[in-house]
Design a protein around this ligand. Structure first.
Ligand code: HEC
Length: 191
């Protein structure tokens, strides 16, 4: 009995308590880095998306996203130095390179559960991954009607739907509605 209790306690500790000490100052610094990095990425991706939607419509914008969104993210990632990295993740990813890794999946699922229970999601959350290693998450919502062209009911634009299915035969990133949680920007920070 004692043994079972001990095992349960150890398991609970491993699951629920974070063994790493981190000060409020450290968390604040991680948040500041995360916010700055996520903003730089979203400004670049969002700006380009808007520009291409305006100049060439959804087909041209789709070409931009499929050819450049991932590489642009990598360029920004590399420009941040070796202690900071940035990427996008989604439970329903279009690009398999954006599939969540390890604990990222559970965090996205938690955010989704919170939202399903009527919680207005926070601007960001910080995960303590290891000693001095953090992951900053900025939840990404479907916050513009334009997102729905490529992530909503894509069959409204048959030419675009065809291009999406050809390029991403395993696509999971459709069927969203306004304000749905689309994914997150993840900034890993070594502090
Ligand atoms: C013109 C089509 C198009 C529009 C509009 C669009 N996206 Fe995407 N989106 C894509 C494509 C293509 C990808 C996959 C390429 C990549 O980013 O690696 C993608 C990928 C993503 C990803 C990365 C996860 C994944 O599924 O691979 C997120 C997050 C995302 N989009 C959010 C949004 C949001 C939020 C909006 C509205 C502000 C939006 N998208 C508008 C085409 C579009």
């Amino acid at each position: 009995m004692k043994k079972i209790l001990l095992t349960t306690t150890l398991l609970a500790t491993a699951l629920f308590a974070n063994p790493y000490e981190s000060t409020p100052e450290e968390i604040a610094a991680v948040k500041a880095t995360g916010q700055k990095t996520a903003a730089a990425l979203l400004k670049s991706l969002g700006g380009n998306l808007q520009k291409h939607l305006k100049s060439g419509g959804p087909m041209e914008a789709f070409g931009f996203c499929s050819d450049h969104a991932y590489t642009l993210t990598e360029v920004i990632d590399q420009s941040m130095g070796s202690d900071v990295s940035v990427k996008r993740i989604s439970l329903q990813y279009r690009n398999p390179a954006n599939a969540p890794q390890g604990s990222e999946k559970a965090i996205l699922e938690s955010l989704q559960t919170l939202q399903a229970n009527g919680v207005v999601l926070p601007e960001d959350v910080v995960e303590v991954v290891g000693d001095g290693v953090y992951k900053y998450y900025k939840p990404l919502l479907i916050n513009k009607a334009a997102c729905l062209k490529c992530h909503g009911d894509i069959d409204k634009l048959p030419e675009l739907a065809k291009a999406i299915r050809e390029r991403y035969p395993e696509d999971k990133a459709t069927g969203y509605r306004m304000n749905d949680l689309r994914g997150a920007v993840v900034v890993t920070v070594k502090h």
